[in-house]
Design a protein around this ligand. Structure first.
Ligand code: FE2
Ligand code: FE2
Length: 221
């Protein structure tokens, strides 16, 4: 078992059970997919694998805190807890700080209120990996889970489609509006070419899904 595998094993022991109580699309399977995407991107695009792997598994601690407090918590608010967990792992001080940096900035979007500020490859890969799980087949399921946990309608035909300055802290008007606002365009804003390539098929599915949903919704058979 290499150093990253040992660190991930400890993280699973500490976090998997807690995350599996989540009802908003951020359960441990999201962490596992983010980790898998991140390692794939790291293999093709470079960056420090130990930093990228740990950052991928630990990035959504703010969602756990949000569930406990019953409100949206920013990634920044979760940093004391993230540091506490990182202290349990085999990492240098410099690696810990670079992981904290990546976690703090992972919810920035070039089409968002909080614009992308990061320039290091590890943070960019974490953003791409997390965002790859926001589009595609599983993203549709995750979005409806999130919508249902947050009492959002599946769709509201009285509200025009919009693509606004996106922010994770503001819920969209319906889950279909969310797919249109985020999942349908996130693939165009990936940092790495590898992520752009993986996103293509996912984006096509989102477009086809929304189109067919609207046809069915409108009884346009
Ligand atoms: Fe997050
Ligand atoms: Fe995430």
């Amino acid at each position: 078992m290499d150093r990253l595998e040992k660190n991930i094993k400890i993280l699973r022991e500490l976090l998997e059970h807690e995350f599996n109580k989540d009802k908003t699309g951020h359960s441990a399977d999201h962490l596992e997919r983010t980790l898998a995407y991140a390692l794939k991107l790291c293999e093709k695009e470079g960056g420090n694998r130990d930093i990228i792997g740990v950052a991928a598994y630990i990035h959504d601690v703010h969602r756990l805190m949000g569930a406990q407090l019953g409100r949206f918590c920013t990634p920044e608010e979760s940093l004391p807890k993230v540091r506490e967990i990182l202290a349990e792992l085999d990492l240098t001080e410099d690696e810990r700080e670079r992981i904290v940096h990546a976690v703090k900035h992972h919810e920035e979007y070039s089409f968002g209120k909080e614009k992308v500020q990061v320039t290091d490859i590890e943070s960019m890969i974490l953003q791409d990996a997390d965002n790859l799980d926001s589009t595609g087949a599983i993203a549709i399921i995750r979005s409806f889970r999130y919508g249902s946990a947050n009492k959002m309608p599946d769709y509201d035909p009285t509200i025009e489609f919009y693509q606004n300055e996106y922010s994770e802290s503001v819920n969209d008007k319906s889950t279909i509006h969310h797919l249109y606002n985020k999942s349908l365009r996130i693939g165009n804003y990936m940092h790495t070419q590898t992520a752009k390539d993986i996103a293509k098929e996912k984006m096509k599915l989102i477009k086809d899904f929304i189109d067919l949903y609207l046809k069915e919704f409108n009884c346009d058979f």
